[in-house]
Ligand binder design. Structure first.
Ligand code: EPU
Length: 431
């Protein structure tokens, strides 16, 4: 078993550079299916979710070439297969983007239901509603979602989202890009990765307007051609390191970010007594004094991101006073709370609300990452805690954080990857 061992209680000093955004990459890579030509994608994060989605494209017949550590060339021109392999697709939530992309390109798709973190119910009814209203027949049989456009090509229409959904908004954008006529998405999600997907598609020849607002208009085009595109920096990775500095103390320059995307996180940290200084493409985060309580409610962008909820809760465990966290997106995103309690945190959860009584100190413990962001939050509590913590199930964390051990070690954290004797006798220092 591989785990992280963290000796906590050391403030963090130095610089961390942020990688490309996971939730943009896992949509833009499937979007290359729409392109007739080579797409050079830069600033790709090296995380297991990206490896999986690239493997799925290769399995479908795409030519994927690594140019350097963060750049790949993807050529999907010669693909003729619209059936996605079950084993790979079930491991990743973003495999649902293959439905929209394959439907757009071939007029049909066979994709297994998506996997991903267990955050309570994760329906895709809004995605399906969109495809059906554009003229697709969609049904589930034999463990696969089968979608087929009547007449072989989807037709543009107006799709009203009953719920603001990141995935459904991007999936319908993909489906509409090569459809006949105009598609209007109303009550669309506005996250930075939605704008990034639209920018990618437009740079390849699509006609998409309004991404980043709640009405997106997509006029279908006949074909997209190849080109070059660089993925935006990861808002949540940056926010996670900001929270780590807030909890552990110290001063860290977080580089390669778009400060505007971090404003919702910055605002909460400032309320808690953390100094955040915005630069052009960096934020300087400094925490020397005590942390103070605040309330946080997660909402779709530009609200406070649900993907930062466990990490901000980790910081609030050490803030003076009582804080209330309200989860406004997912049904069950407090599965980490029992692990925090083992470190001495005082948290009560009732449905979507967590009440946190700040404590003077947390103490190291053995922890189990239950999902990606919960795992990241456990690293934060462990960095701030007195003594040693061990975090197992780290494959969840590696799905979404590139080189987290190296990046934290670079700012003075005492964190190592340890492979326990049941697999290997040696202890490896991560790098
Ligand atoms: N929902 C429906 N029906 C749908 C789609 C969504 O009821 O058809 C509900 C969901 O159950 C949820 C809410 O709408 O309550 C929002 O879900 P959304 O569709 O926005 O989430 P998602 O697209 O499945 C993406 C990210 C998540 C992130 C959410 C919200 C990817 C691959 N995943 O999921 O990221 O929490 O948006 O911002 O982009 C993570 O990175 O850790 C992660 C879980």
């Amino acid at each position: 078993m591989t785990k992280y061992v963290i000796h906590g209680g050391k403030p963090l000093f130095g610089e961390i550079s942020i990688s490309g955004a996971k939730n943009a990459a896992v949509a833009i890579i499937p979007a290359t299916l729409l392109v007739d030509g080579v797409c050079r994608i830069e600033n790709i994060p090296q995380i297991s979710d990206v490896t999986l989605i690239l493997n799925i494209l290769q399995d479908l017949g795409a030519d994927v070439r690594t140019v350097n550590r963060t750049t790949v060339d993807i050529d999907c021109s010669h693909i003729h297969n619209s059936k996605v392999p079950e084993e790979l697709a079930r491991k990743i939530r973003a495999s649902y983007y293959l439905i929209g992309a394959l439907l757009s390109r071939f007029g049909s798709a066979e994709v297994p239901p998506p996997g991903g973190c267990d955050l309570g119910g994760r329906p895709i009814d809004q995605h399906i509603k969109g495809f059906v209203s554009m003229g697709a027949d969609v049904d589930v049989k034999g463990g696969y979602i089968h979608a087929k456009a009547k007449g072989g090509r989807l037709t543009g229409t107006t799709v009203y989202m009953d719920i603001v959904s990141v995935g459904a908004t991007m999936n319908i954008m993909l489906a509409a890009t090569l459809a006949e006529g105009l598609t209007v998405i109303e009550n669309a999600a506005k996250e930075p990765h939605i704008v990034d997907l639209a920018n990618f598609l437009n740079s390849m020849g699509a006609d998409i307007m309004g991404a980043g607002t709640d009405v997106i208009k997509i006029r279908g085009v006949e074909r997209l051609g190849g080109g070059m595109y660089s993925i935006i920096p990861d808002q949540i990775e940056a926010g996670t390191y900001m929270a780590a500095v807030a909890a552990a103390g110290g001063e860290v320059l977080i580089k390669n970010v778009i400060p505007k995307h971090l404003e919702c996180i910055t605002a909460k940290l400032v309320e808690m007594g953390v100094d955040v200084e915005e630069r052009d493409d960096a934020v300087l985060v400094r925490r020397t004094g005590k942390l103070t309580r605040t309330n946080v409610k997660t909402l779709p962008y530009p609200g406070f991101p649900t993907d930062m909820q466990p990490q901000i809760a980790a910081v609030l465990c050490l803030a003076q006073g009582t804080s209330v966290v309200t989860e406004g997106v997912w049904d069950n995103r407090y599965r980490y709370v029992d692990e925090f309690r083992r470190m001495g945190a005082q948290i009560q959860v009732d449905g979507k609300i967590a009440v946190i009584e700040g404590v003077e100190k947390l103490t190291g413990a053995r922890l189990r990452a239950c999902d990606l962001r919960a795992g990241a939050a456990m690293i934060i509590t462990a960095l701030a805690a007195q003594g040693t913590s061990e975090i197992s199930n780290i494959h969840h964390i590696e799905r979404g954080y590139e080189d987290i051990v190296r990046k934290l070690s670079g700012v003075g954290a005492d964190i190592r990857v340890v492979i326990t004797p049941d697999e290997e006798q040696s202890e490896a220092t991560a790098g």
